[in-house]
Design a protein around this ligand. Structure first.
Ligand code: UDP
Length: 165
């Protein structure tokens, strides 16, 4: 089975402002992320898929927190934590499409993810699970685009597709 790496920008998990207050509307129904998770479902039958999820909908280290004088390292760590929150959301959205996934994190957080190791990648492949990679590279001052290239190498994908706003 060929491997495929997909980078999803955090913005794809933003909710339209006008619908946020409405609790009884399925505001995610017509959002691009729905179509994307459905396409991932189709692709997962043919490809071993790794997804790198961004965090820009919550926090970007080179944009947010500067006004408060927060240092670069702290800002970028918050950005990486944002990708972990998105990973939790994405796992749920995929399971709504009956896509089994495993979350692997560059920052240890055993409650929500396993570590990124060759063994865990191999296991996910054997279990026919989509991998959701969170926490970017695990290092501040990078972006999840860099992580996407790294993870592509790790899962043996020669292809990287990026979905953004
Ligand atoms: N980040 C980081 N190291 C990484 C990946 C991400 O420090 O390896 C931080 C960085 O501050 C970044 C934020 O996490 O701005 C969110 O990631 P990104 O901006 O790539 O998210 P996207 O724009 O794809 O939603």
């Amino acid at each position: 089975m060929k491997s495929l790496l997909i980078k999803l920008s955090g913005e794809l998990l933003s909710l339209p402002q006008e619908n946020r207050s409405s609790s009884n509307v399925d505001f995610t129904k017509n959002l691009p992320i729905r179509s994307i998770t459905q396409q991932i479902k189709t692709l997962s039958k043919k490809y071993f898929i790794g997804i790198v999820i961004g965090g820009g909908n919550f926090f970007r280290g080179n944009q947010h927190g500067k006004a408060l004088g927060i240092t670069g390292s702290a800002r970028h760590h918050v950005g990486m934590l944002a990708t972990m929150m998105n990973g939790v959301l994405l796992k749920d959205l995929l399971s709504q499409e009956e896509v089994n996934s495993e979350t692997l994190s560059a920052i240890e957080c055993p409650k929500i993810a396993l570590q990124i190791t060759e063994k865990n990648i191999k296991q996910a492949k054997e279990d026919k699970k989509v991998i959701i990679f969170v926490a970017g590279t695990g290092k501040p001052f990078f972006t999840t685009d860099t992580a996407a290239i790294m993870r592509a190498h790790q899962i043996g994908s020669t292809m990287v597709f990026k979905a953004t706003k």
